[in-house]
Design a binder for this molecule. Structure first.
Ligand SMILES: NC(=O)c1ccc[n+]([C@@H]2O[C@H](COP(=O)([O-])OP(=O)(O)OC[C@H]3O[C@@H](n4cnc5c(N)ncnc54)[C@H](OP(=O)(O)O)[C@@H]3O)[C@@H](O)[C@H]2O)c1
Length: 269
């Protein structure tokens, strides 16, 4: 099936590792000229070179979306790479560098950092890129959330609320740009096999005396969370949802939060 993405351009924030790489690679395979972002230039260049070697088009926009100046530099470089951005994937995120999620020890600065990285970083790029999309009469804003955004957990005090804000603003934005040809949606991943998840499961397994084999930890966590598909998610699962939403054929999907989580969600919202 032709997803009609050929000739479009995309900025994928946080695409120098993990889920973002897979999104960039899949969009590029569909003919999208992609712009790779992260704070480390070398890692961005490596991902872009890999896409070009595979026959795709890729540029880089190195910078920190956690500050106004950084995000502006990223937006400017992204626009300059291919003459404009049609598709913005707000993927850079996660918790504050301290990874301190505990209600009892996470500091107010941890909360601020997590909010900055996920919410304000995305808002900055939306501010920079949505007006040109509206003027063109076509665009896609795709925000990467998480299951914890609608299912609060005891252990992710700061992270879940930040992602909840992204889900909230994404629907609000879809209404604010009503009728413009630009859509705004969220893709909420569940447990996805990235370096971060493997580290988490390894620590989990070691703590329980299960050694370095994380299979048991995977099964334990999937069962404990009520996941209904019997495998851990892969980065391609998220890339597929994003690529589908990015397609012009998805123009009737707006303001939604799509769960790509192996059925882990206990609710339908
Ligand atoms: N992995 C999962 O299971 C999972 C589950 C649910 C939701 N998610 C969400 O999916 C998204 C991607 O997660 P991931 O696991 O793939 O993350 P990851 O492997 O840690 O990658 C994060 C990416 O974001 C970049 N980044 C971080 N802070 C940045 C900043 N301030 N400015 C610019 N780039 C920045 C990183 O590069 P540099 O460090 O070089 O800047 C890297 O490219 C996140 O929003 C996360 O919350 C992940």
């Amino acid at each position: 099936m032709d997803l009609q993405l050929g000739g479009k351009t995309a900025l994928i924030t946080g695409s120098s590792s993990g889920i973002g790489v897979a999104i960039a690679q899949m969009l590029a395979a569909e003919g999208v000229a992609v712009v790779i972002n992260g704070r480390n230039a070398e890692r961005c260049e490596k991902v872009a070179a890999g896409i070009r070697e595979a026959g795709g088009k890729a540029g880089v926009a190195v910078g920190d979306i956690g500050t106004d100046e950084g995000a502006k530099a990223v937006a400017d470089a992204a626009i300059a790479a291919f003459g404009g951005i049609d598709i913005l994937v707000n993927n850079a995120g996660g918790s504050a560098e301290t990874h301190n999620h505990s209600w009892f020890s996470a500091t107010t600065q941890d909360w601020i950092d997590t909010y900055q990285r996920n919410v304000i970083g995305s808002v900055r790029l939306i501010h920079a890129l949505v007006e040109p999309m509206k003027a063109k009469g076509w665009g896609r804003i795709i925000n990467i959330g998480t299951g914890a955004g609608i299912t609060p957990t005891s252990g992710q005090a700061d992270y879940g609320p930040a992602k909840a804000a992204m889900i909230n603003f994404s629907l609000g934005l879809s209404k604010a740009i009503s009728g413009s040809g630009v859509t705004s949606n969220v893709v909420s991943p569940g447990m996805i096999r990235t370096e971060g998840l493997v580290d988490f499961l390894t620590a989990f397994a070691q703590k329980r005396g299960w050694g370095d084999d994380i299979t048991k930890a995977e099964e334990y966590v999937m069962k404990g969370c009520g996941q209904t598909v019997n495998r851990v998610g892969e980065v391609r699962d998220i890339a597929f949802a994003v690529t589908t939403l990015a397609s012009p054929m998805s123009d009737f999907i707006n303001g939604t939060n799509i769960h790509v989580d192996g059925g882990i969600s206990p609710s339908i919202n």
